[in-house]
Design a protein. Sequence first.
Length: 121
Amino acid sequence: MSDWAEYERFRPRFAEMLDERFYPLSWLDEQIAAGNIILLAQDDSAILVSVRSYPSGLKEIHGECAVGKRETIVSALIPLAEQFGREIGCEFGAISSRKGWEKVMRASGYELHQTVIRKAL
């Protein structure tokens, strides 16, 4: 689904989001090129998704990050990602993001599953 030219259009905005101590931009480029992370875009908004496979065989479509207009992301791109996930056999959808997205996505059936706390050492 990812188109490299379309990815390049959003690449600077994704680069701004990355903490390169964890995920260098070159890593993201490689993941997109290999098809491990998929770009879904519309107008001036885009999301990156991946598919997680669990030891049981269950698959989950996983929203990694998004840029652009929240309304476009919520009303168009997340449903597109969910549909793509269903088409490839995913049983769940998950979103990794900041706390505010929990409230935004509650009306679409998403619930808090886990919390990660982090400390610099």
